[in-house]
Every structure is written in structure tokens, then in C-alpha cells.
Design a protein. Structure first.
Length: 284
């Protein structure tokens, strides 16, 4: 498997990793600059030359995976028989520098309904490093020419075109996905709310709409769905920042995007606060 495929596999699994690259070589060494190794929590792909270099790099990469705030770093190795190594002797005679780059799990967002607001929101979020899922039962809303503005997206954009039941897509979303429900049809919105509340491991759930709409939905979710008040309260409505009150689609989209980014920051800090911190590995 190529290193690119390995990175894509980790991203699809929503697992963190570390990309390890031979940065510089002086003298003789097992691999040339540019050789790469991808390290996950339990697997690794590729090689930077085997032996002590690779074993120590994997050890350090896994320490970074467990660290609270992993940063890119460089490790230096001297390849001679006078150096005490953790995993055996490598006496090629040269010296190697290895770059370790953490690959964090990026946020994931699913927009159900790519109408006026959903379209503007997709344009904003597409500029962020994330997995962005766009879902609409109306084919014209997801036409290639309409989504051409996302061709240069930083995000990985996943387009779903369900013809009948958009709620089926919820079961296909990766764990931790933040769901935004803003379709053209209140019946679709209601079904999506019900399914989202029944789906474990989602992130936040947001619903666009008026207070009157939400009152009807709450009653339906309670009486027909059988949800208690605490479960129903997982759905946030109205969405966006409360201090931004404009009704134009772009204003709503900016407000929702800002609130989401704040949610991402809260999640990141919460994850960092519970992760153990490891000391820097010995590179000799």
C-alpha cells in the first residue's frame, strides 16, 4: 500500500496517524530522502529503512498519537557502531534526519438540504480542512455545475443523492459527524431528527426553523418517537450564534459556520485535556 493510500485509509476510519519522512541523509543510509512511513495506533505502512531508525520512529509516532497536543518534530540518527541504540545497531556509516508529522482526525459535517442556506454554508465550510457531506433529495441542488464552486475545496466533499429517504444516509456517516438538518421539506426534517436521535456516536445535531416548527417537532418526537426530554434536547435549534440575527442566507450560513468552528475548538480542547502526555523519545 502506498503512503497516500495509507493516509486515506486512516482518514476514512477517522483514526489519527503520523507521517514519517526521511528528511535528510548524510553518507550511507538505508533509504534516500523522501522515503515515507505511515504509523497508526496498531498498524504501520511503508518503510524508512527498517532497523533501529524505523523502530524508534514508530515508538515516537505512537507517543505522539497519545500526546495532548502533538507537534511536528525532527529526530536525528547517527548510523555507526559507537551509538547505543534502543533496537539494535545500524552501522551504515551515515546520519539521517526524520520528520514526524501528526495527522489528526479532521471534523466531519453533514448538511441535509443544500438550498439557499445549505449552499452558502457548504461554500464556507469547504474552505476548512474537514470531511463535508452534502445530502439532498433534489438532484438539481447537487448538480455538478451548481457545485462547481467547490472544485477547489480544501475539505473532502462527499455528495449523497438519495432519491427517497435521506435519513438512510445518517447510518453511513462516520462517528462524530456533526449533522445539520435544513431540507426543503418539514417531513424530511422530522424524519431526519428522529433518525439522528436514534443513531449512536453522532456529533452535534442542529435543526433550522422557527419556534413554532420546533414546538411541533418536540411533540412529535415525544409522542410518536418515544424520546424523553433529555434526548430531544440533543437537537439544537435555532442554529448559529444567537447574537447574529440576520435572515439572509449568507448571514445565517456565516453564523452557523462560526458556531460549528467554536464547537470544533471545544471538542479539541476537551480531547487534549484527557490525553496523556509522553516525553520525547531518545533518538540515539
Amino acid at each position: 500500500m502506498t503512503w497516500i493510500a495509507a493516509v486515506e485509509r486512516l482518514r476514512a476510519r477517522r483514526e489519527p496517524g503520523v507521517l514519517v519522512t526521511v528528511a535528510t541523509v548524510r553518507g550511507h543510509a538505508p533509504r534516500k530522502p523522501g522515503a515515507k512511513l505511515v504509523v497508526g495506533a496498531t498498524e504501520s505502512w511503508g518503510s524508512i529503512g527498517g532497523g533501529n531508525i524505523e523502530a524508534v520512529a514508530i515508538d515516537r509516532a505512537r507517543e505522539l498519537l497519545a500526546a495532548s497536543d502533538p507537534q511536528t518534530e525532527i529526530m536525528d540518527f547517527a548510523l555507526n557502531d559507537k551509538v547505543t541504540n534502543r533496537h539494535g545497531v545500524q552501522c551504515c556509516g551515515g546520519a539521517v534526519s526524520v520528520l514526524l508529522e501528526p495527522l489528526p482526525v479532521v471534523p466531519a459535517v453533514a448538511i441535509f438540504g443544500v438550498g439557499h442556506v445549505g449552499y452558502e454554508l457548504a461554500r464556507i465550510l469547504a474552505r476548512q480542512e474537514m470531511d463535508l457531506h452534502l445530502i439532498d433529495t433534489r438532484p438539481e441542488q447537487l448538480a455538478d455545475e451548481r457545485l462547481a464552486v467547490l472544485d477547489d475545496a480544501v475539505a473532502q466533499v462527499h455528495v449523497h443523492r438519495p432519491l427517497m429517504l435521506p435519513e438512510e444516509v445518517i447510518g453511513e456517516l462516520p462517528p462524530g459527524t456533526h449533522v445539520l438538518i435544513m431540507t426543503h421539506d418539514h417531513a424530511e426534517d422530522a424524519a431526519l431528527c428522529d433518525t439522528a436521535l436514534r443513531t449512536p456516536d453522532l456529533g452535534s445535531i442542529g435543526l433550522i426553523g422557527s419556534a413554532a416548527k420546533w414546538a411541533r417537532f418536540q411533540k412529535r418526537l415525544s409522542t410518536e418517537g418515544g424520546f424523553d426530554a433529555a434526548t430531544i434536547a440533543r437537537i439544537k435549534t435555532p442554529i448559529g450564534l444567537p447574537d447574529i440575527t440576520g435572515k439572509e442566507p449568507i448571514v445565517i450560513a456565516v453564523s452557523v459556520a462560526a458556531d460549528l468552528i467554536r464547537t470544533f475548538e471545544v471538542e479539541r480542547h476537551a480531547n487534549n485535556s484527557v490525553a496523556p502526555v509522553h516525553s520525547i523519545a531518545d533518538s540515539a
